[in-house]
Design a protein around this ligand. Structure first.
Ligand SMILES: *[C@@H]1O[C@H](CO)[C@@H](O)[C@H](O)[C@H]1NC(C)=O
Ligand SMILES: *[C@@H]1O[C@H](CO)[C@@H](O)[C@H](O)[C@H]1NC(C)=O
Ligand SMILES: *[C@@H]1O[C@H](CO)[C@@H](O)[C@H](O)[C@H]1NC(C)=O
Ligand SMILES: CC(=O)N[C@H]1CO[C@H](CO)[C@@H](O)[C@@H]1O
Length: 627
């Protein structure tokens, strides 16, 4: 950190008046600037098992033996059999490794394998869909079931009659119902009648889904998707993040290998330590956007890898062409090559695509020196074919000079609470000619610099202060997304995150920061209104807006201080509405599984002559909505 920045932070701290206990605000009912309709949304990449094992609905782990080190992770033998990863019986060129079950001659009874899922399998009262491929001579039942590890209780099962032959893979689908398990410590078990197997039987790509969000084939988990839907965000940036880039050129995210039948998707070794199945692929992301009413913000690979150097100059041409193909796959009519390919995957109607981001954090790994040229090459090629698409740079450094008109800039912040508060007015004097996308931000450390493994109340309040600053400037700040979005508590590479979960559905946990995102997103005005106040910003911060369609006025406030602030808000002509308050017992309060200390509380409020008196508790975020 340079001297100037440190000095500014100190000033930010010193300027906090700790003795202010009252605040008077008057909201103008006229004037102001239009707010960005996209302001609040989501950034997604597969990190901490947010995709595989997270929002994606498929519950079995390592089901296609993908990634660089495919082994028997998550599998165990059932009965006196041996399991192996077999490479002599490929299911497809994409999935060359399969599960072989060697059954010694003379074995009888049910034998097969169990799969422990992603640190257990969530078993609810639900209907489960199960798909699998089988090879090897076998005529008999394949019995699938969901079972408790601790007690052996079977929650649901089904016997599927199979006529399998040697040398040919056959595909089966079934559904079965299950009752709810008391916890997440469950396995999926598939068995065959040992007496009917001669030698070995092969399986691959066993898939298990609960009823999915919007009942999509290969869809999302409804509880995690539902928690996200309740934020009512406006956009989804995908597929990364670092996970777009790849450790090497060969390991980058390739759109064309995430589409089509799942057994034709090779998956890849992701950038966050684990293999990605890519069952959550390009089309699934687009359905996710459609079902949640999110504008897709497509990140495209732009030459930078995390460990294998940077591709520049004319060597980029095939990758630029590849992006044009990807955009045609998304937006093209069925008379185009890639639009027709999309139709062959079940989707004839094109999707709208309005925002494309060139790369991710291209200041990393020596990428900055070449970024201006790389950005320009992608920008110009996309604009030539799709002039209406807004092109976003992945960094505010190393940009072309002059910058192309209409481009936007993505900036990321992972900071301490005091640092977010110091950024409150950072966009007040920004160049209005280029839209800003705060594509990732989160309070990740305490003010003493300790890493947070859980989002804290003070962190969430500091994010709210920063968000108030962005909303006041949402004529230039077009979009903002907290990151990362989700974490599986049993395999986390980065914390804190907005939503956490385990295989036990009752562990779904919404962080302190989740509620700030939700409160800000669901209470959105179309016009940001001028406000006059009897005191300056700090420790209280505010922004006012009006939704011109509903007539509702919103005042969002944050108290980044240890003392309550009595606040009087005047909005001429309004009479009543609600006040929603988020606070907790202490500044470092967190939301643990089954023990959320920081949740919003909404109460009715009635004004007198357009005046409302409320309290901003110590360390709180408050939204007043009245008309
Ligand atoms: C509207 O935007 C201008 C900058 O373009 C700014 O000076 C002014 O304060 C904004 N008004 C409100 C109400 O945010
Ligand atoms: C996907 O496209 C890349 C070019 O970006 C190409 O190298 C690769 O072979 C393609 N994969 C498939 C399965 O067609
Ligand atoms: C997963 O994480 C939860 C919450 O921290 C913990 O209670 C549980 O024991 C963990 N399960 C496994 C399999 O590690
Ligand atoms: C801090 C933490 O939870 N780290 C875990 C991240 O996930 C890997 C497995 O993917 C674990 O080995 C780490 O312990």
């Amino acid at each position: 950190m340079g001297f100037t920045k440190a000095f500014k932070l100190l000033m930010g701290l010193a300027a906090l008046p700790t003795l202010v206990h009252s605040l008077g605000l008057t909201v103008s009912t006229t004037g102001g600037n239009a707010s960005s309709p996209l302001l609040y949304g989501f950034m997604f990449e597969d990190i901490n098992h947010s995709g595989d094992g997270g929002i994606h609905g498929q519950l079995l782990r390592n089901n296609g033996f993908q990634g660089t080190t495919a082994d028997l992770t998550a599998y165990a033998a059932v009965g006196s059999v041996t399991l192996a990863v077999d490479t002599a019986h490929p299911l497809s060129s994409a999935l060359p490794k399969v599960l072989r079950i060697d059954v010694p001659s003379g074995t009888t009874g049910q034998v097969g394998f169990s799969n422990a899922g992603y640190w257990g399998i969530p078993v609810k009262k639900d209907t489960y869909a199960c798909y699998f491929w089988v090879e090897g001579a076998y005529t008999g039942d394949v019995t699938v079931k969901l079972q408790s590890v601790a007690t052996g209780t079977v929650f649901g099962s089904k016997a599927v009659a199979v006529t399998s032959v040697a040398g040919t893979w056959k595909y089966y689908e079934t559904t079965f119902t299950a009752s709810a398990a008391p916890d997440g410590d469950n396995v999926f078990v598939a068995t065959v009648d040992a007496a009917k197997v001669s030698g070995s039987i092969y399986f691959n790509l066993f898939q298990l889904f609960p009823v999915t969000y919007h009942q999509r084939y290969n869809g999302l988990k409804p509880d995690i998707a539902g928690a996200l839907e309740n934020v009512k965000g406006s956009f989804l940036r995908f597929p990364g993040g670092n996970n777009l880039e790849g450790a090497t050129l060969a390991r980058r995210w390739k759109w064309n290998e995430t589409i089509g039948p799942v057994h034709t998707r090779p998956g890849r070794q992701g950038d966050w330590t684990y293999a990605n199945t890519d069952a959550l692929g390009l089309l699934e992301y687009l359905y996710w956007c459609e079902d949640m009413k999110l504008v897709p913000v497509l990140g495209v690979w732009a030459g930078l890898t995390l460990g294998g150097g940077v591709t520049t100059g004319t060597a980029l041409t095939p990758y630029i062409d590849d992006v044009l193909k990807e955009i045609e796959y998304i937006t093209g009519s069925t008379s185009t090559t890639y639009g027709a390919l999309r139709a062959s995957h079940g989707r004839t109607e094109p999707f709208a695509l309005t925002h494309v981001e060139i790369g991710n954090e291209d200041f990393l790994q020596g990428g900055l020196a070449s970024y201006a040229a790389r950005f320009t090459a992608f920008h110009d090629a996309i604009k030539a074919k799709y002039p209406d698409i807004i092109i976003i740079a992945s960094t505010d450094q190393g940009l072309p000079s002059p910058k192309p008109a209409g481009m936007w800039i993505d900036i990321h912040y992972y900071l301490r609470p005091d640092q977010f508060v110091a950024l409150f007015n950072t966009y007040d004097n920004y160049d209005r000619n280029y839209g800003i996308f705060v594509g990732e931000y989160a309070s990740t450390k305490s003010n003493t610099g300790a890493t947070n493994w859980w989002a804290t109340l003070i962190g969430a309040v500091s994010e709210a202060v920063f968000m108030i600053g962005m909303e006041r400037n949402s004529d230039v700040v077009k979009m903002a997304a907290y990151a990362p979005l989700m974490q599986h508590f049993n395999s986390t590479q980065w914390a804190p995150d907005l939503i956490g979960y385990t295989s036990d559905p009752s562990f779904l946990t919404l962080s302190t920061s989740y509620y700030v995102q939700q409160m800000f997103s669901v209470n959105r005005g179309t016009t940001i209104l001028p406000v006059t106040s009897d005191t300056g910003f700090g420790p209280a911060y505010w922004v006012a807006s009006k939704n011109d369609n509903t007539g509702i006025y919103y005042v969002k406030l944050a108290n980044y201080g240890a003392t309550a602030v009595s606040t009087t808000i005047t909005i001429p002509g309004t009479t009543s509405g609600s006040v929603t308050t988020l606070t907790g017992p202490a500044s470092d309060s967190i939301n643990l599984p089954k023990n959320a200390l920081v949740v919003p509380v909404t109460t009715a409020i009635t004004g007198s002559a357009g005046q409302f008196t409320i309290s901003l508790p110590a360390w709180s975020v408050v939204v007043v909505a009245v008309k």
